[in-house]
Design a protein around this ligand. Structure first.
Ligand code: ZN
Length: 238
């Protein structure tokens, strides 16, 4: 009897050790799997780059501000229109889950160099400056997207950005499409990320001015510009 119980005890011990060994190993394996999963998650996120659910970081620059009114017509000032459009775009993009940085959110002047420094510090995907055009010839109307590349820097990307946003911007309200143009502008030169300057109609043209004085038109324009930004970023071949 005593020998039997010893044997039983010994077998129980061996069985227990075996169980602990197998179980312990499994725990180790499980730990390995979960740590692999954690390590792998950023890669999974990156492969999501092109999906429409990807959230972006966007810098919006409402042109002029403070003592710099920009162009004007009567009591209509470019600096107020650009701030309105940028704020409408900001709230639309934020409602889509994107992160938006405004270079100004009130009526103040931000020096061009500071706009460039801010833009480059945000680690954003794209920079969009909002302006309104004017010309002595009152017949000129429509929307233009200006881009610039320093010695070919991001040239094809910047052209694609300008084309995509411009074609979206003119979608509603009968805006004339004036296409894109390369122009050496400080804010576009300073920006290390793809950037574009949108000239949103001519304040000197009767029809455009009528559009610019209508908040619903400005909201639609802001949404269309935003859709252009997202379209460009979703199609980014990087
Ligand atoms: Zn301007």
């Amino acid at each position: 009897m005593r020998i039997d119980s010893r044997k039983k005890l010994m077998f129980s011990c061996i069985f227990l050790i075996l169980i602990m060994f197998i179980f312990g190993k499994n725990i180790k394996i499980l730990n390995q799997v979960s740590s692999m999963k954690v390590a792998a998650s950023p890669v999974v996120k990156m492969s999501n780059n092109h999906s429409s659910s990807k959230k972006y970081r966007i810098v919006l620059d409402p042109g002029h501000g403070g003592i710099d009114r920009g162009t004007s017509y009567g009591n209509m000032n470019e600096k107020d229109l650009t701030l309105k459009i940028a704020k409408y775009a900001e709230s639309y993009l934020k409602s889509q889950g994107d992160v938006v940085f405004l270079t100004r959110d009130k009526d103040k002047l931000v020096p061009l160099k500071e706009i460039g420094n801010k833009t480059n510090s945000y680690h954003a995907d794209v920079f969009v400056s909002i302006h309104v055009n004017s010309l002595n010839d009152k017949n000129f109307n429509g929307i233009t997207a200006l881009y610039y590349d320093v010695n070919g820097y991001q040239k094809s990307e910047r052209i694609r950005l300008a084309k995509t946003i411009e074609s979206q911007a003119v979608k509603n309200d009968g805006w004339e499409s004036r296409g894109i143009r390369r122009q050496n502008l400080a804010v576009l030169r300073y920006s290390k990320i793809p950037g574009v300057l949108m000239e949103c109609g001519f304040i000197t043209n009767d029809e455009d001015r009528k559009r610019l004085s209508n908040d619903d038109v400005l909201k639609r324009l802001a949404k269309n510009i935003s859709d252009g930004i997202i379209k460009y970023l979703n199609e980014n071949p990087q």
